[in-house]
Design a binder for this molecule. Structure first.
Ligand code: F3S
Length: 66
């Protein structure tokens, strides 16, 4: 599974950071991104990343692939 943040939708709610801190990082303005080396989600992070995607109020977290 692949994850990224749609930066045109992110409003800085930071729930992703709380729910999956090992995948998401937040910049100085509070907007989230996924560092390039974290975009391919490993099995041990999958549940946290899926939870973050469900809980983002802006639906800004994009999951793709299996
Ligand atoms: Fe942005 Fe959603 Fe996270 S609005 S900071 S991607 S919870």
């Amino acid at each position: 599974m692949h994850v990224s943040v749609d930066e045109t939708k992110c409003q800085g709610h930071n729930r992703c950071m709380i729910l999956a801190p090992e995948t998401f990082e937040v910049d100085d303005m509070g907007f989230a991104h996924v560092p390039e080396d974290k975009r391919e989600v490993t099995e041990d992070h999958r549940e946290a990343v899926e939870g973050a995607a469900r809980n983002c109020p802006e639906m800004a977290i994009v999951l793709s692939g299996g």
